[in-house]
Design a protein around this ligand. Structure first.
Ligand code: ADP
Ligand code: MG
Length: 177
C-alpha cells in the first residue's frame, strides 16, 4: 500500500501541489481501511478524471513507476473496495482508495516511514501531512509545517531529520496493518 501512496503523491507533486495531506483511516465497525491523498495542485477537469482510470492514459511521455491509478483501482476492487477521485481544475485533487479491511487480498500497509522519507527528502519545499484516523478519531502523525518550526532552519532533507521521520512514522504505524 505504501508504494501506491508514493505513486499517487508523486502525481500530486507533478501537479504542482504545495500541500499534500495523506489520511489513513481504519474503521472496525465498517470493516474498512482507506487511504486518502488530497492535494492543492492544478487539478483535472471532468473529462480528464474519466480518462485517468484508463490503464493506457498518461500525460507523461515515459511512465516512471508503472503503478499508476488504474492499478490502485484494481487493487481496491480486488479487496472489496473502490477508488474515488474528486478533482477540479485549478483547485486540486482528492483520491480516496477504500479496501475491505479483513479481505484476504488486501495489501498490508507496508513501509509508510520510508514512503514519507522519500517524498519529503525528494521535495523538501513541499508540505506534507500524514494523519491516521481510527474509528472516527483522527490523529496527526506527521506535519512538515510543525516540524519546520521545531527544526528552526535545519532543512527537512538533512539525513538525520529524514531518519527521524522514517522511524517516527513507522513507530506510530506499528499497530496498523
Ligand atoms: N493529483 C493529480 N493532479 C493532477 N493530475 C493528475 C493527478 N493524478 C493524476 N493526474 C493525471 O493523470 C495521469 C495518470 O496518472 P497515473 O495513472 O498515476 O499515471 P502516470 O503518473 O504514470 O502518468 C497523470 O499523467 C496526470 O496527468
Ligand atoms: Mg502516477
Amino acid at each position: 500500500m505504501s508504494l501506491h501512496v508514493l505513486d499517487v503523491a508523486e502525481n500530486s507533486i507533478d501537479a504542482g501541489a504545495g500541500l499534500i495531506v495523506i489520511t489513513l483511516s481504519e474503521n472496525e465497525k465498517e470493516d474498512s481501511f482507506s487511504v486518502q491523498i488530497e492535494d492543492d495542485g492544478k487539478g483535472m477537469d471532468e473529462e480528464m478524471v474519466k480518462r485517468v482510470l484508463d490503464p493506457f492514459f498518461t500525460t507523461k511521455t515515459v511512465r516512471r513507476f508503472g503503478l499508476g491509478i488504474p492499478l490502485l483501482e484494481q487493487s481496491c476492487r480486488e479487496s472489496g473496495g473502490g477508488l474515488h477521485i474528486e478533482s477540479a481544475a485549478g483547485k486540486g485533487t482528492t483520491i480516496n482508495a477504500r479496501f475491505r479491511k479483513s479481505h484476504i487480498d488486501r495489501k498490508p500497509l507496508g513501509d509508510m516511514g520510508s514512503t514519507m522519507m522519500t517524498l519529503i527528502g525528494g521535495h523538501p519545499e513541499i508540505d506534507f501531512e500524514l494523519r491516521f484516523e481510527k474509528n472516527g478519531v483522527a490523529d496527526s502523525v506527521l506535519s512538515t509545517r510543525e516540524l519546520r518550526k521545531e527544526l528552526e532552519g535545519v532543512p527537512l532533507n538533512e539525513p538525520a531529520v529524514l531518519k527521524y521521520i522514517r522511524e517516527n512514522v513507522n513507530e506510530a504505524m506499528q499497530e496498523v496493518y
